[in-house]
Design a protein around this ligand. Structure first.
Ligand code: MF3
Ligand code: CO
Length: 254
């Protein structure tokens, strides 16, 4: 069932979203050559717990740890890893593309957001990949209005990505979000105008285009979490949690 949030619920989700935004910004700044993905995981944990110590009434928690037995706080996906990379002793190098995906629970409400950062100097092609993915997310968000559909969102995202010759990942999709991390509906990054679920006031969704330089087909790694591209091409991922409101889309994590 698609859940509808009240204005009061949205206020709490927006507060959580702003905390998540700040944590994600701090994590992005910590992405430097020589840092391991585990270092970033540890930092994400510290940032949440130090906020929680200052504001015990917020009952803030990281949301991914333990989700379907996910073993870490943060997802860190490097280069040909698309999403759900498990932090490890892998060292980050100049030129890498590092996807950071994080979620928190604030007063019982989930928010979910992701960014991709280029480490130091990155190739022109990778710069383009990052900007096209970010633009595709922005275009998808603009469609998130009362009466539009999930297909309208997917359509504009796909069109923008394919216009630039990049690949749209189809095996994984965005999602409704609220008391749970993943709620209906599915929010694919492809689709047809007017198809899919009709958007209503008070729905909250996470839109998250995953874009590849080459073929978007994925393989699931032996760790059962990390999705990589089959052809080993590099990828980018951006995600925001947003609400459908009378005044249009309200980005909660931006
Ligand atoms: N943001 C990720 C998604 O929506 C969250 C993954 S949950 C985890 O798919 F357990 F994999 F971390
Ligand atoms: Co998500």
């Amino acid at each position: 069932m698609i859940t509808i949030k009240t204005e009061k619920d949205l206020v709490l989700m927006a507060e959580g979203g702003q905390i998540l935004k700040e944590i994600l910004q701090a994590l992005a700044q910590a992405v430097q050559p020589g840092v391991t993905t585990e270092n970033l995981d540890k930092l994400s944990r510290e940032l949440v717990f130090s906020y929680g110590q200052k504001h015990p009434e917020a009952h803030i928690k990281p949301s991914f740890l333990g989700y379907n037995s996910y073993p870490a706080y943060l997802c860190v996906s490097v280069n040909d890893e698309v999403v759900h990379g498990i932090p490890s002793d892998r060292v980050i190098h100049e030129g890498d593309l590092v996807g950071l995906d994080f979620g928190i629970i604030y007063h019982g409400w989930h928010t979910d957001s992701a960014v991709t950062v280029g480490v130091g100097e990155i190739s022109k092609e990778n710069q383009k990949l990052i900007s096209v993915t970010r633009e595709a997310l922005a275009l998808g968000i603009k469609e998130a209005k009362i009466g539009k559909t999930t297909g309208d969102i997917g359509y504009v995202i796909q069109k923008h990505i394919e216009k630039h010759g990049f690949g749209v990942v189809k095996e994984l999709v965005g999602h409704g979000i609220g008391r749970k991390l993943h709620e209906p509906p599915h929010v694919p990054n492809y689709g047809f105008k007017g198809k899919g679920e009709v958007l209503k006031e008070g729905m909250t969704i996470a839109i998250e285009p995953m874009v590849t330089l080459g073929d978007p087909a994925l393989v699931l790694s032996r760790d059962n979490w990390t999705y990589k591209t089959k052809d080993k091409s590099w990828s980018a991922h951006f995600e925001h949690t947003l609400a459908i409101t009378k005044d249009g889309p309200r980005v909660l994590t931006g």
